[in-house]
Design a protein around this ligand. Structure first.
Ligand code: CO8
Length: 257
């Protein structure tokens, strides 16, 4: 049987490919556990500064596995704590993550992309939260992250109709940060990942935490968090090295400390 997740290390970038091609990368427990394990290992690896998650040219992921879910009842999902127990490892992952999305990102697949820090889309990418068509609702953050990304009106439009949003609309609306051709999107994500991973890792982690505060707190609390984190940066060897290298007109040599 094929592995449901394929991982590679390209210098300081960890690459994770979702790999259930027969079902358009539909997400099930096996895949989400494997994804969590891959993230654990990239988190622990001090030589990894950024992670890229991708699918196939046809599908990033077509959602949670409908065949797996069909016969579950309330007590099955409540007792086993469906989703919370193992589907949200990305939420606590501390290094930068780029989603490179080609083809379909539907339901849980769209939610997975939204758990990443940035979404790079192929011009073939299509995003949807089509759960309403199955008489279910998004369950891995779709009703919360989509309005934060694209605003309430468009989020309502997407969840009520289940329609597709193409890459251009998604970029205009703020869900996607860049669009590339289908054959270059992964390379571009890896290139950007390599550029990001050249920076000081603790500073990247502090940036991620600080931007995420914008979603999780009031403006005043967020500003205070940013200010205190900025103060903390002055404890880093890398901060002194970054400024010294600039003044000495040379490239910085970061130690991630
Ligand atoms: N789950 C299981 N199998 C799937 C899924 C899925 N989400 N999507 C596609 N497949 C399977 C198909 O059943 C088919 O299998 P088979 O070859 O054995 O018949 C195979 O993948 C290929 O699919 P199609 O033949 O349908 O391919 P098309 O190109 O004709 O159509 C579509 C592609 C439009 C993507 C179509 O497959 C489709 O509509 N899929 C369902 C998409 C969907 O509704 N996704 C949302 C699922 S619900 C959800 O994600 C949230 C639930 C809340 C929990 C959230 C946790 C993250």
């Amino acid at each position: 049987m094929n592995a449901v997740i394929l991982t590679e290390t390209l210098d300081r970038v960890g690459l994770i490919r979702l790999n259930r091609p027969d079902v358009l990368n539909a997400l099930n427990d096996e895949l989400m556990n494997a994804l969590a394990a891959a993230l654990d290992s990239f988190e622990a690896d001090e030589n990894i500064g950024c992670v890229v998650i991708t699918g196939s040219p046809k599908a990033f992921a077509a959602g949670a596995d409908i065949a797996a879910m069909r016969d579950w009842g309330y007590m099955d999902v409540y007792k086993s704590n469906f989703i919370t127990r193992n589907w949200e490892r990305l939420k606590t992952f501390r290094k930068p993550v780029i989603a490179a999305v080609s083809g379909l990102a539907m339901g849980g697949g769209c939610e997975l992309a939204m758990m990443c820090d940035m979404v790079f889309a192929a011009d073939t990418a299509k995003f949807a939260l089509p759960e309403v068509k199955l008489a279910v609702i998004p369950g891995a953050g779709g009703t919360q992250r989509m309005p934060r990304a694209v605003g309430k009106a468009k989020a309502m439009d997407l969840v009520f109709t289940g329609r597709f949003m193409d890459a251009n609309e998604a970029e205009r609306a703020g869900l996607v940060s860049r669009i590339y051709s289908a054959d270059s999107v992964l390379d571009e994500a890896l290139k950007t990942g390599a550029d990001i991973a050249r920076h000081s890792l603790p500073v990247l982690m502090m940036l991620k935490e600080s931007v995420n505060r914008a979603y999780e707190s009031s403006l005043n609390e967020g500003l205070l968090f940013e200010r205190r984190t900025l103060h903390a940066v002055f404890a880093l060897d890398d901060r002194r090295e970054g400024m010294t290298a600039f003044l000495e007109k040379r490239k910085p040599r970061f130690s991630d400390r």
